[in-house]
Design a protein around this ligand. Structure first.
Ligand SMILES: [Zn+2]
Length: 164
């Protein structure tokens, strides 16, 4: 599976790559040289919408893709280019905050997050995902519907793109 290093300007792209289970380095405050260094040393594909940065990557033999268009189009084009399916399997997702791996906890194991979420949330949900690295906790709350709606939109954009 492809691993990515995502330009600071493309936070939303990094988010969707992580949610679809792709190891994606991203830091909002990183500078170009540091990003190139990470992409090079960790053999990551550099995704950027900055033509200069893309050119620097090419010169250093770093595999990269120059991402064009609106944010949603960028997500759709990257998914097409790297054969990524616009579906989210939370057992494979990476942490949206830090890219860490998630541990799925079912109702018998959820005790582990008791002190990390609100009591109402803890009582209401049976399944949680805990990041191994930053200890963030995820569950399929109200925003889950938004996530599903967004991946549908990406799916549509990918179909339009393929049809043209
Ligand atoms: Zn994390």
């Amino acid at each position: 599976m492809s691993r990515f290093a995502v330009d600071a300007m493309l936070g939303k792209l990094a988010l969707w790559l992580r949610l679809t289970g792709h190891d994606s380095f991203y830091r909002a405050d990183i500078d170009d040289n540091e990003l190139l260094r990470v992409a090079n040393s960790e053999k990551r594909i550099l995704l950027t919408s900055d033509a200069n940065l893309h050119q620097h990557a090419v010169e250093r033999d770093i595999r990269g893709m120059l991402v064009r268009g609106s944010v949603d189009e960028a997500v759709a084009y990257v998914f097409i280019e790297f054969g990524i399916s616009p579906t989210i399997d939370p057992t494979k997702s990476r942490c949206s905050k830090c890219n860490g791996e998630l541990i799925q906890l079912d109702s018998t194991e959820k005790e582990r997050v008791r002190n990390l979420v609100h009591k109402k949330t803890y009582d209401y949900y049976d399944k949680f995902w805990l990041c191994k690295d930053c200890q963030s906790v995820f569950f399929q709350g109200g925003y889950w519907q938004n996530i599903l709606r967004y991946v549908e939109r990406i799916d549509e954009l990918m179909k339009e793109r393929r049809d043209t």
